[in-house]
Write a protein that binds this ligand. Structure first.
Ligand code: UD1
Ligand code: UDP
Length: 349
């Protein structure tokens, strides 16, 4: 039983579900918690990426962390009792991840966690709490890197269920790259290919603090390059509430599907983001990433020099964008060679 709920999990599940089908021998029950529910945050991914249709959609999105996670936990328990899965498979670090793992653990159903061992060491992030707890509940832990395995070891998780397999998001990038699609409205923007900043912002610590959000937007404005910002509904709401001014060089658009996002990543000059997944995708597409956070779980990218942490410091954001736009990156294989999902399927089998 695969439990997903938020956008990054659809991307990861797309790669692994395809590998499960290719390997054979599985009856995958896809369960969507409903954490993300807008068409452009959810159903577009299932359609474009050909992810198995959810057998259940629990329709539980919005609200506070406790309410959301608690309601998901209650409903997932019901679904697990109904279906008796041999294993529950969860991804990443959202509230849906934790709810899936906790529901399974209480019913003594084995848990596999894809993207285990990632740490920011910042317990103020809801995702850090979700990751730590999920890793400690899991029986099979798919770590993307040796660093992640080492993080698990430091917390006393040393059992034989840990497998370093690489990053399933790289598998997704490779598979869907050839299907990448230019957004139909892109030519109307008068933005040149390879001459714009692709930006996403949704992290709670950035968007729920108006002063941080203001400083990030000021840095983007001062960079004086066109910025395309497919805007998460949470961020759109916060900008509207706090009446923050968005610079004239910043073009807001609705969230895009994965195929259009892949095209934008492949055709931008530089990425600026607080997303976990988008940091890695920038690297997969050979672009520098200016990370709008104070720390990252994807430390390898910072060591390689292709990712720079600038927090919400306007001047650092401006300077990093100007310095890195259009600059080539050196290819390397820190997240595997695109066979992570196949390895996950083999281990599960
Ligand atoms: C969640 C994850 C975060 C992940 C992100 C991916 C948690 C704690 N956070 O953050 O780790 O990086 O997803 O995008 O699980 N909303 C809509 N429509 C939607 C989805 C959300 O309007 O389809 C709005 C709602 O007002 C909702 C708010 O966005 O309350 C926040 O959504 P939520 O899922 O709680 O958190 P994200 O910021 O999306
Ligand atoms: N993504 C997308 N459209 C967008 C923004 C992001 O398809 O408008 C994809 C992106 O390519 C990546 C995933 O969503 O595969 C990352 O999800 P997100 O940034 O929401 O969450 P995080 O990775 O930070 O948890």
């Amino acid at each position: 039983m695969t439990v997903v709920g938020a956008r990054p999990q659809f991307v990861k599940a797309a790669a692994v579900s395809r590998a499960l089908a290719r390997t054979g021998g599985f009856d995958e029950i896809m369960v969507h918690t409903g954490q993300h529910y807008d068409d452009n945050m959810s159903s577009i991914f299932f359609e474009e990426m050909e992810i198995p249709r959810p057998r259940y959609n629990l329709g539980i999105g919005g609200g506070g962390h406790g309410a959301m996670t608690g309601r998901q936990l209650e409903q997932l328990e019901r679904v697990i009792l109904e279906q008796h899965p041999d294993l529950v498979l969860v991804y990443g670090d959202t509230n849906s991840t934790l709810a899936g793992a906790l529901a399974a653990a209480k019913l003594h159903v084995p848990i596999a966690h894809v993207e285990a061992g990632l740490r920011s060491y910042n317990r103020r992030m809801p995702e850090e709490i979700n990751r730590v707890l999920t890793d400690h509940l899991s029986d099979i832990l798919f770590a993307p890197t040796e660093t992640a395995r080492q993080n698990l070891r430091l917390e006393g998780i040393t059992h034989e269920g840990i497998h370093v397999v690489g990053d399933v998001m790289y598998d997704a990038t490779i598979f869907y790259r050839e299907r990448a699609r230019e957004p139909s409205w892109f030519p109307d923007l008068s933005i040149e290919r390879e001459a714009f900043v692709l930006c996403t912002i949704h992290r709670a610590e950035n968007v729920d603090d108006p002063s941080r959000l203001q400083r990030i937007l000021s840095g983007l404005r001062d960079a004086d390059l066109p910025v395309l910002l497919p805007i998460h509904p949470r961020t759109r709401a916060r900008i509207a509430e706090s009446m923050i001014e968005v610079g004239a060089n910043i073009v807001l658009c609705d969230p895009v599907g994965y195929l259009e996002m892949t095209w934008l990543e492949a055709n931008c000059a530089v990425v600026a983001t607080d997303s976990g997944g988008v940091q890695k995708e920038a690297y997969f597409h050979g672009k520098h990433c200016v990370t709008l956070r104070d720390e990252t779980e994807w430390v390898e990218l910072v060591s390689l020099g292709v990712n720079v942490l600038v927090g919400a410091d306007s001047e650092k954001i401006r300077a990093a964008i100007v310095a890195r736009a259009g600059k080539p990156t050196v290819p390397s294989v820190v997240y595997g060679r695109g066979h992570a999902a196949g390895k996950v399927a083999e281990v599960l089998l």
